[in-house]
Write a protein that binds this ligand. Structure first.
Ligand code: OAD
Length: 249
């Protein structure tokens, strides 16, 4: 913890209260307590599915049915999940004018389900399917049933509208995320290993533009020793609940 020897959570509350125009960057860790596995680590998705075989655009174009084995699990798990206390705390912080936007790498839609209004989906979402041939889009619930491989009217296999490795970040999300990073007073970095580019550049952009960076994660990340001002070590729900409680005092 790098908060000049003070109680880091109280220091974080002070910074949030002073700066107010905070933005959150979230990753898979915030949804772990909703039952959605993260990607890295022994229990993560990439321990079960090699991302080079299951999560690249090239893999999808070569063997879409194989990639749908992993996608089926992701769509099902995301479809059954509900927001947890961390998602709800972020929505409360937006409601009370402390946080102005959430940039999320997650594709599960749980921030919106919890009530967050300004959510920038950096890696897309599971709500839609897109045809990689004719670009027609469909709501997932209309085209996909568990165990099936969804087809476009043109006959191609549909892809969820999520960013696979080798695909660019959606243009608008990239622009908006960078703008938020450049202009926020404080960035909350929650539940991301900060290993995937360009999302991992967002904290650096914020820092170089003068923002304070508060990281919420049970583990240190590559940001912790370089960019992070305060590392609040713990699960997203326990730390965010404590923060929102202390903000009200
Ligand atoms: P990772 O799986 O890489 O990292 C999850 C992070 O969450 C780790 O740093 C954990 O320590 C932390 N964590 C675990 N449980 C937590 C909890 N209860 N509360 C808070 N933090 C917790 O997930 P991401 O960083 O989101 O991209 O991964 C980034 C991208 O890599 C994903 O969006 C996905 C993946 O490949 C694509 O598929 C393009």
């Amino acid at each position: 913890m790098r908060a000049g020897g003070r109680d880091p959570i109280r220091e974080a509350v002070r910074l949030l209260a002073d700066r107010r125009n905070a933005v959150a960057l979230t990753g898979a860790g915030i949804s772990v307590e909703s039952g959605i596995p993260s990607f890295r680590g022994s229990q993560g998705m990439w321990a079960k599915y090699d991302p080079m075989e299951y999560a690249t655009l090239h893999a999808f174009m070569q063997s879409p049915r194989k990639v749908w084995e992993m996608l089926t699990e992701m769509v099902s798990v995301c479809g059954e999940a509900a927001p947890n206390a961390a998602h709800r705390a972020l929505a409360t912080l937006e409601e009370t004018g402390v946080v102005r936007a959430v940039i999320t790498q997650n594709v599960d839609g749980l921030h919106q389900a919890a009530g967050s209004r300004r959510v920038i989906e950096y890696h897309g979402n599971m709500e839609e399917l897109v045809c990689v041939s004719c670009w027609k889009r469909y709501p997932t619930r209309e085209r996909w049933t568990p165990g099936s491989v969804p087809l476009c009217d043109c006959g191609e296999i549909l892809k969820p509208n999520v960013v696979l490795f080798g695909e660019p970040i959606p243009w608008l999300a990239q622009e908006q995320a960078e703008e938020e990073a450049r202009t926020c007073g404080l960035l909350l970095v929650i539940g991301t290993s900060a290993q995937v580019s360009p999302a991992c550049d967002i904290p650096r952009i914020a820092k170089e533009s003068g923002a304070a960076v508060i990281e919420i994660n049970p583990e240190p990340t590559p940001l912790t020793a370089s960019v992070t001002d305060i590392h609040l070590r713990g699960s997203a729900s326990e730390v965010l609940r404590a923060l929102t409680f202390l903000m009200q005092l």
